[in-house]
Design a protein around this ligand. Structure first.
Ligand code: S3P
Length: 169
């Protein structure tokens, strides 16, 4: 893998894309970016606000623009929002990039890691577990489709997961 290529992490909410992405960036001396963070910086508002005011569609439009811009920058480690794969044009860009890693975990782990979260609008429902199951069902095949490697993160430290990704790329 040459230094100018991007390493991109996809997968569901709560799987640890940002934490693991930062570790990979450190290890490979790449810059780390996160699509959610970039959206918030550009918009000057947080994700719950964007969902409130612009709806999910507005958020997805911003997300697609950010992905297109960031993927064009060389040598990044990029953590993406869990819904990035819902748009065909995003999947196309991810596939073209290569070096996409699908991080996954058991439903129990994902529920545990997102339990106290108030910043993910899609999980502010009565039964977040069912929502997580529903999202994985709808999106799992897309993560598989765009990624060249898949790593299960249960019972592994972020460092172990990062090392395992680096050995596969
Ligand atoms: C979303 C995941 C979130 C964020 C937004 C929507 C999703 O990112 O983009 O709340 O649709 O799965 P994380 O996967 O980083 O939590």
């Amino acid at each position: 893998m040459d230094d100018s290529s991007n390493i991109i992490l996809v997968g569901p909410m709560g799987v640890g894309k940002s934490t693991i992405g930062r570790l990979i960036a450190q290890a490979t001396r790449r810059q780390f970016k996160d699509t959610d963070q970039e959206i918030e910086e550009r918009c000057g508002a947080d994700i719950p606000w964007i969902f409130d005011i612009e709806g999910e569609e507005g958020f997805r439009n911003r997300e697609a623009t950010v992905l297109r811009d960031l993927i064009a920058e060389p040598g990044l480690v990029l953590a993406t929002g869990g819904g990035i794969v819902t748009r065909p044009e995003n999947r196309e860009l991810l596939l073209k990039n290569g070096n996409v890693v699908y991080l996954t975990a058991s439903i129990d782990q994902l529920v545990k890691r997102t339990r106290k979260d108030r910043k993910r609008p899609l999980l502010q429902v009565d039964d977040p577990r069912s929502k997580i199951v529903e999202l994985i069902k709808a999106r799992g095949h897309w993560y598989e489709e765009v990624a060249q490697a898949k790593v299960i993160t249960d019972h592994k430290s972020p460092k172990t997961v990062a090392d395992s990704i680096l050995s596969q790329l």
